[in-house]
Design a protein around this ligand. Sequence first.
Ligand SMILES: Nc1ncnc2c1ncn2[C@@H]1O[C@H](COP(=O)(O)OP(=O)(O)O)[C@@H](O)[C@H]1O
Ligand SMILES: O=P(O)(O)O[C@H]1O[C@H](CO)[C@@H](O[C@H]2O[C@H](CO)[C@@H](O)[C@H](O)[C@H]2O)[C@H](O)[C@H]1O
Length: 543
Amino acid sequence: MSKKTSNKTSLLSPYNFDVEWNDLMDNEDFIKIFLSDVLEYYIIKQRWYGGKASKLKYIELAEYFRIQQNEEVYYGLILEVNFKEAFYQHYFLPIAFVSDPDFAQDNRILPISIKGQEGFIIDAINLEAFRKLVFERILSAVPNDKTRVQYHKSLLFDNCHYESSRFMGMEQSNTSIVYNEKYVLKFFRRIYADKNPDYEMSRFLSEKKEFKNTPAYLGSINITDADNVQITIALMQQLVPNQGDAWEYMLKELHKVFLTIETKSVKLSNLPKVEDFSRLELRDVPPQIIDWAGLNIITKVQTLAKRTAEMHIALGSEFEDTGFTPERFNGDYTVWLKNRMLYQFQNRLNTIENNLHKLDGLALELAEDFLENKNIIRKRFVNFDWTRLKGERLRVHGDYHLGQVLVKDDDFYILDFEGEPESTIRDRKVKQPPLKDVAGMFRSFHYAIYATIFNNAALYKKEQEELFQYAEILYQYLIGVFLGTYIVEIQNANINIGYHQERIFLLKYSLLEKAVYELGYELNSRPRWAVIPLKGISNIINH
Ligand SMILES: Nc1ncnc2c1ncn2[C@@H]1O[C@H](COP(=O)(O)OP(=O)(O)O)[C@@H](O)[C@H]1O
Ligand SMILES: O=P(O)(O)O[C@H]1O[C@H](CO)[C@@H](O[C@H]2O[C@H](CO)[C@@H](O)[C@H](O)[C@H]2O)[C@H](O)[C@H]1O
């Protein structure tokens, strides 16, 4: 190997290697230069890189494998990124060598010359030939593939051929490719030494349980690492043509509801209140509420509740695969839960203390209340007595909110089963009360209602404080209508989610857990929104 310059950017003249592409990964000089000289600079700029808030120490190559078809070879790399704060993360990066100087100018990682041929190493996903190869390898997958790189396909993925591919181009933490405008292949970027829950859940729900309201599972790629652990690197699903996600949809609908306050002169004092967590059928919703909010938002919430129940019914109806069989609450779960809650809570206290200066007005007031009430909140988390719970725990979605649901015509499709981003891969697979997902969705309703008020402050005539009172009434009806449908559906299918008081206890517990989780998320990424979970926490502890 000879090096023409010691500069560290990808605009350099190439590093020369006197080896074939097929042997490049055995070349120690290449690995050293690739990992330390250039990759650090490349990786921190990527959208999918999740280590931006920490200090990168060094990158190691944990594993590499070949993604190939006949003579065409690409490398899949599993990179171990080590941080100064004493933790590490793994990322998947497939690489290709291209010699066309006009190609992928913005996506080059390293200029090299291999056996005299000058070119660049790039992220292979940029290369159509690579995307086509991956598509064809999944399409031609054989049953029970036991090789190191296992391609799998479902019976639904058949009778087609490669036509086109493009980046999906959505705001996302992984990289998804749309094929033939019909299929979506998600390459996972952050990799965990296990099967990805998104793959497990998608395959289980769609292939095994034929749950229709999630994109159909079509195929996947898993690799077996040096410790014989299976690691998912890609998931192929049907593309669901849609009109956007349920978050955008709700924001639009809620804006109309808030405008109606003026156009129909809806008086707060005329709106009947409803008890927390009531179960409401349509006929239980008072005419004043229907007249204000409109029938559409109510029936949409019922449909979403039905789909949520059907997802949980599918997840709760497995008796063979122990990864999915329902379980009872027990002492081990309780110890696990309390440790997790206390750790998360302490971490949030610290985040609030460090970020108080970013808050003002109502948010600051509520944050100060939060700190003052810390012992009461902590006690709520510790007061979890499993001996009083009769319901079951299931595998759940784990990060269920309106942004994970697609709207298609009058129906909803549930996506992204990767679980809660801050949790370890093992924690994400722990069986939980399904009401935890329901609470996630209720928090999202609460978010959507408050986001509507904040986003449109100038368009509404009433003071914010008064709008918050409308907000709380609307929220209580929406969750009541959701529960009215959800509980009937789930009980008709004999899934045991506990008796009335137990359900309310689990909902409140999970709402508090989720709001505390959100508080950290908001303070780190969009402090202006921290007021929403703070309001949620205050509502829960003051009731
Ligand atoms: N099968 C699909 N059909 C249609 N759109 C999809 C599909 N899968 C994902 N999307 C779109 O891409 C977005 C990101 O997908 P998601 O699975 O949440 O990715 P990530 O895990 O990278 O965040 C979704 O919000 C949705 O808009
Ligand atoms: O990126 P993910 O979908 O895995 O989820 C994370 O980011 C979400 C924000 O996009 C965050 O959700 C929170 O904000 C939503 C509105 O943007 C709201 O609907 C959710 O109720 C609220 O939790 C989610 O918690 C986080 O895991």
